[in-house]
Design a protein around this ligand. Structure first.
Ligand code: NDP
Length: 419
């Protein structure tokens, strides 16, 4: 019987809330706290009478440390699920430490203002030392590890699908399938069609920052950076069919490289349709993806934030999205002295997700692991304190929980490899 504070009430949070409510024996009481309280109340209303979980709602600005601690002192959570924006990860971690509860998020910290001088100085140094320019990396959150350890608390970083389940697949492959893993390709395919010429399936600001940035992969201890979307291939996905895949930089490459140094090459690919890429390039070329504020008739406007207001809310795509997602990991390595390949993945249906939890599959594949990860902590199954990523914990109970709560995994021992 546990109490969970859920911050944010967008697509991902809505799924996690529905899933907590399907699991009332663990999630006895939840507090949904977000910037727009009406959204929290609307989700609560949809669930009232359908669950034994007690649902409370509150308005919060997650940039306000004192307000966060006050809310925690009043609600007394065992865990705080940060399912809002990654900009607030550090402040929410600080609040969890101050109050004394576990922490979970689904995306690595990145700053809202990438020109803040102190952050910029550290960032430029990292760009030079590591060789990739993404605004996010785990170093800021890993710095909290000791503080969480001292309080015997867990900060579970990046517990969505990717990052999240993909790392658990790595731990699973190492535990059950390989003596040594040599290469890993993470493949994220969204075969869904929402009918709009251009929309993003999760928060537009984070999505467009990620996709328009240079790609990067890790090989023999080094990062290799490439111009955005410049490595392209095609892959035939189970449940979806043939799609173009593009190499991106993604945060779990960093943690997997740290925790599984034996893996010689780690790459991450995502599918994009031609219409998405054409619109994104056009918006980038005209400056609409810029993160720096400009002055418009005396008002400060951040172009990418303004664009977010014009684009469809990802949470509103659910009712019109058809098709499936397929996300997983392809490994090559050695077992009992012999070379071996292995593919583990999940196929998730957009329409079935919407029917069950009123959100499309991209939110579903993120919200379900967030609930399952929280359950691992609350049930005392994952106990290693500190600020850690998913591959550091036993994959078996987590993958079993994912199977039970809607994300069963499929396996292939003879996959087509990416070139
Ligand atoms: P949405 O934009 O749909 O939702 C974000 C929510 O956070 C909104 O309810 C928003 O409030 C709230 N919020 C924003 N700022 C604040 C603030 N300062 N204080 C309180 N609440 C705030 O995003 P998604 O649900 O699509 O994504 C949520 C997170 O999940 C993102 O970090 C995203 O990167 C991550 N993600 C991770 C994936 C994975 O596989 N690991 C995949 C997909 C997403 P309001 O309603 O007022 O706008």
């Amino acid at each position: 019987m546990s109490r969970a504070l859920i911050i944010g009430c967008g697509g991902v949070a809505t799924v996690a809330i529905y899933k907590c409510c399907q699991n009332s024996r663990v999630f006895d009481t939840i507090m949904i706290a977000s910037r727009t309280k009406e959204k929290c109340d609307a989700v609560k209303k949809n669930l009232d009478g359908k669950t034994k979980t007690i649902i409370l709602t509150s308005k919060i600005d997650a940039n306000d440390f004192n307000a966060l601690v006050k809310l925690m002192n009043e609600f007394k959570p065992d865990i705080c699920l940060n399912l809002g924006m990654p900009y607030q990860n550090l402040i929410i971690m600080d609040a969890c430490l101050e109050y004394g509860c576990h922490y979970l998020d689904t995306a690595a910290y990145e700053p809202e203002d990438v020109n803040e001088p102190k952050w910029r100085e550290k960032y430029e140094k990292r760009c030079k030392e590591l060789g990739f320019k993404a605004y996010f990396d785990y170093s800021y959150q890993w710095e909290y590890s000791k503080k969480f350890e001292e309080k015997n608390l867990i900060a579970l970083l990046g517990c969505g699908f990717d990052p999240g389940v993909t790392q658990s697949y790595v731990a699973y492959a190492k535990k059950h399938e390989f003596d040594r893993i040599d290469t890993l390709d993470i493949l994220d395919c969204n075969g869904g069609d929402h009918g709009y010429p251009f929309a993003t399936n999760f928060n537009p600001e984070i999505n467009l920052r990620e996709v328009s940035a240079p790609g990067a992969y890790y090989e023999n201890g080094k990062w290799y950076e490439i111009p955005a979307l410049s490595i392209k291939d095609e892959y035939d996905f189970d449940g979806v069919g043939k799609k173009n895949i593009y190499l991106l930089h993604h945060e779990e490459i960093e943690s997997i490289a740290k925790n599984y140094p034996e893996i010689k090459r780690i790459r991450f690919y995502m599918t994009f349709g031609d219409s998405y890429i054409m619109h994104m390039n056009c918006l980038k070329n005209v400056g609409m993806l810029n993160t720096e504020a400009i002055d418009y008739n005396g008002t400060k406007i951040v172009p990418i934030q303004f664009l977010k207001e014009l684009l469809p809310d990802p949470a509103s795509l659910g009712c019109r999205t058809k098709g499936k997602t397929n996300i997983g990991c392809i490994f090559k390595g050695i077992k009992d002295g012999k070379e071996k390949t292995f593919y583990i993945y999940n196929v998730c249906d957009h329409e079935a997700s919407f029917k069950e939890v009123t959100s499309q599959a991209v939110s579903y594949t993120t919200g379900v692991p967030a609930m399952c990860g929280a359950m691992m902590i609350l049930n005392g199954i994952w106990t290693k304190a500190g600020a850690r990523t998913v591959e550091e914990y036993d994959p078996d109970p987590f993958i079993e929980a994912l199977d039970k709560y809607g994300l069963p995994s499929k396996k292939s021992y003879n996959p087509v490899m990416v070139k």
